[in-house]
Unconditional design. Structure first.
Length: 231
């Protein structure tokens, strides 16, 4: 609402949920599959070394660059609707992929080679060894890295501003193709508003966002402690 007395964060929370859901659905399977391939199947060559260096470099790219990429590729080239959780999820998935890949590779590297050797000695194929033994043992680290990546995506503002999620949204989004905004963008808009009453609204929204971030990071810590294997 444009009236601070009745303005709320329900639409922003709903938009954040659908955006994070799209980000998770897109980034998790691709990131884990890429990590498994690079760590378990890819032969050592200059090409794989180049890919590894680029993945590590992408993790340090400013988030607004991904917003510009999403504006040029997803919106202008592919015609994905502007200011929707789908295009937001696509942009945040690109930004989150390096984090998930790096964390997943580290989790796979933590599994002792003896596990692989024992499975192969018993007649399991390379794919069966990874799918039935290595990946389940590394899943705690994979999930931890994924949650940390999602927490970073939840707090992002700059890339979403570039793809039009700064627009004024009245209705609560019901799906990934409805116009939406997210909680960090809503905080940015209220903090920049001329009316003094929006300052209190932005402060409350910041506290809600911090609670979500703390819960996600706490979940990552508990998952690591609960399922961490000591070799």
């Amino acid at each position: 609402s444009r009236q601070p007395e009745v303005a709320g964060i329900a639409a922003a929370v709903s938009g954040s949920f659908f955006t994070l859901l799209a980000t998770l659905v897109l980034s998790f399977p691709i990131g884990v599959a890429a990590a498994v391939y690079l760590e378990e199947f890819a032969p050592k060559s200059r090409l794989t070394d180049l890919i590894e260096v680029n993945i590590n470099n992408l993790a340090a790219v400013p988030s607004i660059v991904f917003g510009l990429l999403g504006l040029a590729v997803f919106i202008q080239f592919f015609g994905v609707p502007r200011s929707t959780p789908l295009v937001g999820g696509l942009v945040l998935a690109l930004m989150t992929l390096p984090t998930i890949i790096v964390a997943s590779r580290a989790a796979l590297q933590s599994v002792p080679p003896s596990i692989r050797d024992a499975a192969l000695a018993l007649g399991a194929s390379r794919m069966q060894t990874v799918g039935h033994h290595v990946l389940p043992l590394a899943m705690s680290g994979v999930l931890t890295g994924t949650i940390i990546g999602m927490a970073r995506a939840l707090g992002e503002t700059a890339p979403l501003l570039m793809i039009g999620m700064v627009a004024f949204i009245v209705d609560i989004p019901k799906g990934p193709l409805d116009p939406a905004t997210v909680l960090p963008v809503q905080i940015y808009l209220w903090a920049d508003a001329a009316e003094r009453a929006y300052v209190e609204k932005s402060s409350a929204a910041i506290m809600v966002l911090l609670v979500f971030l703390l819960l996600m990071n706490l979940t990552a810590i508990l998952l690591r402690r609960r399922f961490e294997q000591r070799w």
